[in-house]
Design a protein around this ligand. Structure first.
Ligand SMILES: NC(=O)c1ccc[n+]([C@@H]2O[C@H](COP(=O)([O-])OP(=O)(O)OC[C@H]3O[C@@H](n4cnc5c(N)ncnc54)[C@H](O)[C@@H]3O)[C@@H](O)[C@H]2O)c1
Length: 568
């Protein structure tokens, strides 16, 4: 795979020539569709303030960095729309992990490596031209040199992560023009493409959280590489990877070897494999994990917990991570469709208790979520199909467009995994993030709660089937029951109900499981969110329009269950 068509991010010290070389590079590449942008200049243009002005405001540096990240996000999108850019970044752009991930995901990074002396010379010239550089205010060359050397030392580990290391100093100390350097860089890019296999592009979605923002990285085949980068960034003393026995068998040691190779360092990694399945969301597994953490002498400030598995693993291990040491550093690598589009996002953790689903849990956002759809290649077809219910849910509750895009591909999706799942997962993740950002702790009634569409019924179906029904299968049944209820209550038009029923009715259900309406109704009466006005149901006023309702006639609820069981 060649570098052409990807963004080219030029990184390096102030005065490295990112802007001047970048412009020349863009001139040579206009025919290939490239154009040039200067990140700092664009921030100044959009904010209407100079960088010095921004830095002088309270929290000015942080605000500036936020603008920088937002702009990178915008530019990164263009790489997926085949509109490649050459981007001269700010000297400090690679300091943020999310920025580095955005650049890795959408392009190649080229570190223009100059000596401090060279940089000082160019910075001095620019200062004389009247440019202001708040981090490099100096009264003489020596002071400027010292400041640049400090920046260099601080930033070197991040610059070194670039895809291409471009040294501009010539052996003989000759000066080169920006045009000559651009030409040389093009040759270096070509050579690099022949030498190393560039990975496919991937996307980053930043999630805003009151407990700390975190990025979600999504792309086919990115898991080992992105985990390695995260490990390099955090340099944990000890890593505990929590998985289940099935995932450990399939991926275990080979996957850890790849992470360690990619990290380019020896890592102290311990694997804990819990038994697979819902029964592991238990007090016993939770305390077994906490015991293991203690035996491994895990410490909050230096160690890292990674979950690699489905929703069961991220729920129980996430809870353990939130409790141990009052909260460990946590990364989720979901390996099931439900994990990738739902369970690993949003920070909810839980175990089941006294035959109730999820009554004990915390809100504990991870530091990072890495979604690699290729894990789904090995996921049993029944699990994959069950996950599709959660995927379709996002359309029904919030976006007709989304529903139409994905509902019509349901036949293809049911056939099994293909690399196109990446697009579906991206769309679903984007939707889920919208809800969790608006109402992270499910406080504003009716925002995040809408994600529970079908779930009041689903939890009862799961429990009545003695958890033989998969979560996703129960959600599919629950969504059908909720749609039927919405239709019966004259909220949902007939044609839309039929459309929903036609699509959800295609999701296969295991025929051997038997359970009665009474058992489901008994489980519903145990609903943990039940209030004085009965259970709360998310109902539909149309495809893409959901509302929360309570005080529903129990007879109607029972008829909804009957309807679904009759067509099970
Ligand atoms: N916290 C949340 O916000 C949230 C959201 C949705 C669901 N959940 C919870 O998630 C759980 C369901 O998640 P799930 O469907 O991922 O179940 P799961 O974790 O039990 O995984 C399903 C099965 O797939 C296997 N598996 C996992 N990855 C695999 C792979 N790549 N290849 C082959 N086999 C693989 C597992 O071993 C398991 O047998 C439920 O407990 C549900 O309550 C939580």
């Amino acid at each position: 795979m060649t570098w052409r068509g990807r963004h080219i991010y030029l990184i390096g010290l102030p005065g490295a020539g990112k802007t001047s070389i970048g412009r020349e590079l863009a001139n040579s590449l206009t025919k290939s569709g490239y154009s040039f942008v200067d990140l700092d200049a664009e921030i100044i243009r959009r904010s209407g303030k100079s960088i010095s002005e921004m830095f002088q405001q309270p929290h000015g540096v942080e605000r500036f960095r936020d603008l920088e990240t937002n702009l990178l996000l915008e530019y990164a999108q263009l790489a997926f729309e085949q509109r490649p850019l050459i981007i001269a970044t700010g000297g400090g752009t690679p300091l943020r992990a999310v920025n580095r991930a955005l650049m890795r995901g959408s392009g190649v990074t080229v570190w223009i490596d100059v000596t401090v002396k060279q940089a000082a010379k160019y910075v001095m010239q620019s200062l004389l031209r009247g440019e202001t550089r708040p981090l490099l205010r100096a009264s003489n060359v020596e002071e400027l040199n010292d400041k640049l050397r400090a920046l260099h030392d601080e930033r070197l580990p991040f610059y070194e992560q670039a895809t291409l290391h471009f040294v501009t100093r010539s052996q003989r100390g000759d000066e080169h023009t920006p045009a000559e350097l651009a030409e040389e860089m093009l040759r270096a890019l070509e050579q690099m493409s022949r030498r190393i296999k560039l990975r496919s592009k991937f996307e980053i979605f930043p999630v805003r959280s009151a407990l700390g923002d975190y990025p979600v990285a999504i792309g086919n085949g990115i898991a080992a590489q992105e985990l390695a980068f995260a490990i390099r960034d955090q340099s944990p003393r000890r890593i505990v990877a929590i998985t289940d026995e099935n995932v450990a068998k399939l991926y275990g040691s080979k996957f850890y070897e790849r992470i360690s190779q990619e990290s380019k360092r020896a890592i102290d990694l311990h694997q804990i494999a819990i038994p697979a399945g819902e029964s592991s969301k238990s007090q016993k597994t939770l305390f077994d994990l906490l015991d293991s953490f203690q035996q491994l002498d895990l410490r909050r400030k230096t160690d890292l917990i990674i979950t690699i598995g489905g929703g069961v693993v991220s729920d129980v291990a996430g809870l353990a991570a939130s409790m141990y040491g009052r909260g460990m550093s946590l990364i989720h690598v979901p390996t099931t469709l439900i994990g990738q589009v739902d369970a690993a996002l949003g920070g909810k953790t839980a175990i089941d208790h006294n035959n109730k689903k999820n009554p004990i849990g915390t809100f504990f956002p991870p530091r990072l979520v890495i979604i690699d759809p290729l894990f789904l290649k090995t996921l049993p077809k029944r699990e994959l199909q069950a996950g599709l219910a959660e995927v379709l849910k996002y359309g029904l509750i919030g976006s007709r467009d989304y529903w139409q895009r994905h509902a019509k591909t349901i036949r293809r999706l049911l056939r099994g995994f293909d690399p196109g799942f990446e697009i579906l997962i991206r769309d679903a993740v984007r939707e889920k993030i919208r809800y969790i950002e608006q109402d992270e702790f499910e406080r504003a009634n009716g925002v995040r709660e809408l994600l529970n569409f079908g779930h009041t019924f689903a939890h009862a179906f799961e429990s009545a089937s003695d958890y033989k029904l998969l979560h996703g299968e129960a959600v599919a049944l629950g969504m059908r029951a909720s749609a039927w209820l919405s239709y019966e209550l004259k909220m949902l038009p007939d044609a839309e109900w039929r459309e929903i029923e036609q699509v959800l009715g295609r999701l296969p259900m295991p025929q051997e499981i038997e359970f009665s309406v009474d058992a489901v109704m008994a489980a519903l009466s145990q609903d943990k969110k039940r209030g004085a006005r009965g259970s709360r149901f998310v109902l539909l006023e149309g495809i893409g329009r959901a509302v929360v309702a309570s005080d529903i006639d129990p007879k109607k609820v029972s008829e909804a269950v009957e309807f679904v069981l009759a067509t099970f």
